[in-house]
Design a protein around this ligand. Structure first.
Ligand code: KIV
Ligand code: NA
Length: 275
């Protein structure tokens, strides 16, 4: 078996096969995504929130992304591993090349994802010319959340036109796909039909060529409310809590461990010891 490539992903769109993508952040999540047959995984800088406990993705640095990419690579065999370039790590072409080099050489990922449209097209072009597969990210781009807020984007004619132009600019610059986050479903569908490269939606309707979800959201790991664009395909968090509670209770009452988790000493050795 070989790893999924960018050409495989482009072929999936050409053949009308939808592309499932999920974020993974470490060895166990990468193993599970692999076994579940997910072709493209994302080491997202959303790890700032769901793994590191920050409020935003902004504190995450290239070192953090590399650290997590390394864990993911130990569990991932066949999936195409895309790694987010963190906030302000691709402000110039030189920065982008340096960060992408580290992500691929030290982290081991096969592709990078950058937030932004036409304004970063020269950076996307430079990276792809150098052999770095690039995925774009438009709509709600969380690294700019202090400018945008965390709401649905491109709802007006002007902003919708701009998003369409940005998507075209990314494709033109060599991107192999583009995430559309929190944009109206009709716009996402229009962008998807206009582009040759696949669109990967999150909160962007079913008309995208693929979908991406955050690991912890789709598994229902945190309690409380999930974002509207997320669906809890399981309730793993409460199950984890139950298991740990049972464990703690059984330790307190002395019913764990049992003989099954223990080993016995040879009676003669014991007799000798007790003399
Ligand atoms: O960091 C992330 O998880 C992402 C996806 C939501 C697209 O960028
Ligand atoms: Na991200």
């Amino acid at each position: 078996v070989r790893r999924v490539t960018v050409s495989d992903v482009l072929k999936m769109k050409a053949e009308g096969r939808r592309i499932p993508m999920v974020t993974v952040y470490d060895y166990p999540s990468a193993l599970i995504a692999e076994r579940a047959g997910v072709p493209v995984v994302l080491v997202g800088d959303s790890l700032g929130m769901v793994v590191h406990g920050h409020n935003t993705t902004l504190p995450i640095r290239a070192d953090d992304m590399i650290f997590h990419a390394q864990m993911v690579m130990r569990g991932s065999q066949n999936a195409l591993v895309v790694v987010d370039l963190p906030f302000l790590s691709y402000a110039t072409e030189q920065d982008a090349v340096t960060t992408a080099r580290r992500i691929m050489q030290e982290g081991g990922g096969q592709a990078v994802k950058l937030e932004g449209g036409a304004e970063i097209a020269p950076i996307v072009r430079r990276l792809t010319e150098m052999g770095v597969p690039v995925m774009g990210h438009l709509g709600l781009t969380p690294q700019s959340q202090h400018q945008l807020g965390l709401r649905v984007q491109a709802k007006e004619v002007r902003s919708a036109r701009k998003l369409l132009a940005d998507a075209r600019a990314l494709e033109e610059a060599g991107a192999f796909g583009v995430v559309l986050e929190l944009v109206p479903a009709e716009l996402a569908e229009l962008v998807s039909s206009e582009l040759t490269i696949p669109t990967i939606g999150i909160g962007a309707g079913v008309g995208c060529d693929g979908q991406v979800q955050v690991w912890h959201d789709l598994l229902g790991i945190f309690d409380g409310k999930s974002p509207r664009h997320a669906h809890r395909f399981a309730e793993i968090g409460p199950q984890m809590e139950e298991a740990v509670r049972h464990y703690a209770e059984q330790v307190k009452e002395g019913s764990f461990p049992t003989a099954a988790q223990s080993s016995k000493m040879n009676p003669e050795v014991l007799a000798e010891l007790k003399k």
